[in-house]
Design a protein around this ligand. Structure first.
Ligand SMILES: [Zn+2]
Length: 141
C-alpha cells in the first residue's frame, strides 16, 4: 500500500492561523514587569472561561493576548493583556464577533478614538464579568 501525497493547497490551514501577524509584537514590547503582573493576576493560568474551550480544556502553550490589537493602537498595558492558551487565542482571532461579546477582543473604535480596553469587561476563567486593572480584576454588575 502506498500513501497518496496530496498537493499543498495554499490557505488549507488558514482557519488555524491567528489573523494578526505575531511580528507586530516586536513593535510593541510588553515590559517584563507587565508580563509578571499579568501572569500573577492570571494565577499562571489561561484567563478564558471553560465554555470558550473545546471540552472545557486548555490546549497548547499560554500566550499574552492583546485585546485591542497592536495594529489598532492597542497598548502593552495590563488592561489590554490577557493570558490565553493557544487554542482560545486562535479561537478568538477566528471568531472575532463572539470574542468581542466575551471581551477577549475589544472593538476597534469608540467614536473617533481607539477603544480603551479598561472600559470593556471580559468574562474570566471563574465566570465573573470583570474589568482588567493593573491591580487585578474589578467586578462589574
Ligand atoms: Zn485556555
Amino acid at each position: 500500500m502506498t500513501l497518496a501525497r496530496r498537493p499543498f493547497r495554499p490557505g488549507a490551514f488558514s482557519t488555524l492561523r491567528p489573523s494578526h501577524k505575531p511580528s507586530k509584537r516586536s513593535q510593541d514590547p510588553v515590559a517584563p514587569e507587565t508580563y509578571d503582573l499579568v501572569y500573577r493576576r492570571a494565577g499562571g493560568r489561561c484567563e478564558a472561561p471553560p465554555d470558550l474551550h473545546r471540552d472545557g480544556e486548555c490546549r497548547g502553550r499560554r500566550h499574552v493576548h492583546h485585546r485591542l490589537p497592536v495594529s489598532w493602537g492597542g497598548r502593552p498595558d495590563p488592561e489590554n493583556l490577557l493570558v490565553l492558551c493557544s487554542w482560545v487565542h486562535s479561537w478568538a482571532h477566528n471568531h472575532p464577533v463572539a470574542a468581542i461579546v466575551a471581551g477577549l477582543i475589544v472593538p476597534r473604535r469608540d467614536g473617533e478614538r481607539p477603544s480603551d480596553p479598561g472600559r470593556y469587561p471580559v468574562t474570566v476563567a471563574d465566570g465573573r464579568r470583570v474589568l482588567l486593572t493593573a491591580e487585578g480584576y474589578e467586578e462589574v454588575a
